[in-house]
Design a protein around this ligand. Structure first.
Ligand code: PMP
Length: 319
């Protein structure tokens, strides 16, 4: 899965050529996982590229940093603008945006006090996370043997680099065992989330999803699903889910910036429903793609359009 490079990456306020966007090997982050980050998608719409729920992602980035006492040396407006500019300067239409805040190079040692807080924002083309077919055909998943991070160990509401060591254990196990993804249980044995996505179950026409105290990241796509379901008149609520709900639910689906809305069609080789994408999942998917592509009215103010004029201006300044 080679990356498609773009031109420039924003680093601490400067535009740096992709191949030069480097950090020192003794940076704190490389040793102790001390970063917080975001994953954001920008979609092509009739009115040019539009970044989905950018304000909410930037808000979460600052909250993630706050939990770890990381003082970001830029304000929300500056980082929001840098994300928009990153799409424009690289002349991208559809892309992924990755803001990263990390403890940089000062000294080696766990104590983070005195390390600089560095910020980088990259934007680059990116396709479907679980493959082209996943959205229509769904994915086969397993329940991972690793539990999700416990609430009194690592805070799941912070989207921190270190949390993704747990995600990597889950993902590696899933791939090794021939599955697309793993679902983690929390330390109490209840359903938590996927390695990088939230999970929803459709039971008796109602949509259920684990609450914030089930060691999940509060996904922005998850929140989007809540709103879209309400708009469609489908009941949605948080609920503690025992593992076996995964086997007897009528439908299951993942939500996340990377997976978008992806049906889960089997768990541990047990078919979910009839093993195909279900009607509720389909309805949520349709509403989701209409929203992100600007095909439905932006009633919730979710789209941040990348101004065409800014594109020309930023492009000119960079030359
Ligand atoms: N859970 C985890 C662990 C994640 O990494 C992600 C992706 N950021 C999500 C859930 C989904 O969050 P979002 O919808 O904001 O992308």
């Amino acid at each position: 899965m080679a990356m498609t490079k773009s031109d420039k990456i924003w680093m601490n306020g400067d535009w740096v050529a992709w191949d030069d966007a480097k950090i020192h090997v003794l940076s704190h982050v490389a040793h102790y996982g001390s970063s917080v980050f975001e994953g954001i998608r920008c979609y092509a719409t009739r009115n040019g590229p539009a970044i989905f729920r950018l304000d909410d992602h930037i808000k979460r980035l600052f909250n993630s940093a706050k939990i770890y006492r990381m003082e970001i040396p830029f304000d929300r407006e500056q980082l929001t603008k840098a994300c928009v500019d990153a799409v424009a300067i690289n002349a991208l239409e559809e892309c992924y945006i990755r803001p990263l805040v990390y403890r940089g190079y000062a000294h080696v040692g766990v104590n983070p006090i005195g390390t600089p807080i560095d910020v980088a924002i990259a934007a680059y083309p990116w396709g479907k996370y679980l493959g082209e077919d996943a959205l229509t055909k769904g994915v086969a998943v397993k329940v991972g043997s690793w539990a999700r991070i416990a609430p009194n160990t690592l805070p799941s509401l912070s989207k921190a680099g270190g949390n993704y060591l747990n995600s990597q254990l889950l993902k590696l196990e899933a791939i090794e065992d021939g599955y697309a993804e793993a679902i983690a249980l929390d330390v109490n044995g209840y359903v938590s989330e996927g390695s990088g996505e939230n999970l929803f179950a459709v039971v008796n026409g109602e949509i259920l999803t684990p609450p914030s105290h089930a060691s999940i990241l509060l996904g922005i796509t998850r929140d989007t699903v809540f709103t879209l379901a309400q708009d469609l008149g489908i009941k949605v609520r948080e609920a503690i889910l025992p593992r076996e709900i995964l086997y007897i639910a009528d439908e299951l689906f993942f939500s996340g910036t990377a997976v978008e809305v992806t049906p889960v069609t089997s768990v541990d080789r047990i078919k979910v429903g009839n093993g195909e994408r279900g009607p509720v999942t389909r309805a949520i998917q349709d509403a989701f793609f209409a929203a992100v592509r600007g095909e439905s009215a932006d009633r919730h103010g979710w789209l941040a359009h990348v101004p065409r004029r800014a594109k020309a201006a930023v492009g000119a300044a960079a030359r």
